[in-house]
Design a protein around this ligand. Structure first.
Ligand SMILES: CC(C)(COP(=O)(O)OP(=O)(O)OC[C@H]1O[C@@H](n2cnc3c(N)ncnc32)[C@H](O)[C@@H]1OP(=O)(O)O)[C@@H](O)C(=O)NCCC(=O)NCCS
Length: 155
């Protein structure tokens, strides 16, 4: 894993962060979440939208985010994305490390997620973190009939 020699911080998203999050979301996915969907997450007490920001001479800049739910003792990761200009520099790993740390802090015992079978960057990221494939949902994604890989990690 590459080391980020920069100053980073994580914090929870607020309404003011919507434009930045939507910019990353739209570039990252063929079927991005709508603004309303992201906004709704801010109102649900089981949901967290976690931002990873980097200190620059111009202030803190958003590099990546993760959306996850904590339900009972499970962390459900719903969405992770890194700004397209900042990929493969360790930001995705960093924001997911924090998701896992928060889950552990909340006494969760497992983290779970679904990912498109062909999404090599995401599957590599999750595997490196310690997630393991535990199942498959055939033709789960309606847009292209792609299978979903279910990945879990004991916390
Ligand atoms: C998946 C995603 C979040 C990864 O973010 P990132 O910031 O580029 O990831 P990192 O730099 O932290 O890399 C994490 C690991 O994944 C690997 N990885 C990242 N991109 C990769 C790629 N394109 N091909 C192969 N491996 C890749 C890295 O090498 C690294 O492994 P290492 O720790 O052994 O070095 C990013 O590619 C993205 O935003 N994709 C579009 C949105 C998406 O598909 N999200 C997941 C939905 S389930």
């Amino acid at each position: 894993m590459r080391q980020l020699a920069v100053e980073l911080r994580t914090r929870r998203m607020t309404l003011a962060d919507l434009p930045g999050v939507m910019e990353i979301e739209k570039e990252a996915f063929t079927n991005p979440w709508s603004l309303e969907m992201v906004k709704k997450e801010l109102t649900q007490e089981w949901s967290t939208v976690l931002l990873l920001e980097e200190s620059t001479p111009w202030g803190w800049e958003l590099r990546a985010f993760a959306i996850f739910w904590i339900v009972a003792d499970e962390v459900h990761v719903l969405n992770v994305a890194t700004h397209v200009a900042s990929r493969q520099k360790g930001y995705g790993r960093k924001v997911m490390d924090e998701v896992i740390a928060i889950g552990r802090g909340r006494k969760c015992t497992i983290a779970t997620l679904e990912v498109r079978r062909g999404n090599v960057p995401a599957i590599t990221l999750y595997s490196r973190l310690g997630f393991r494939t535990v199942g498959m949902r055939p033709r789960y994604y309606a847009d292209n009939q792609e299978d979903a890989v279910i990945m879990n990690m004991d916390l």
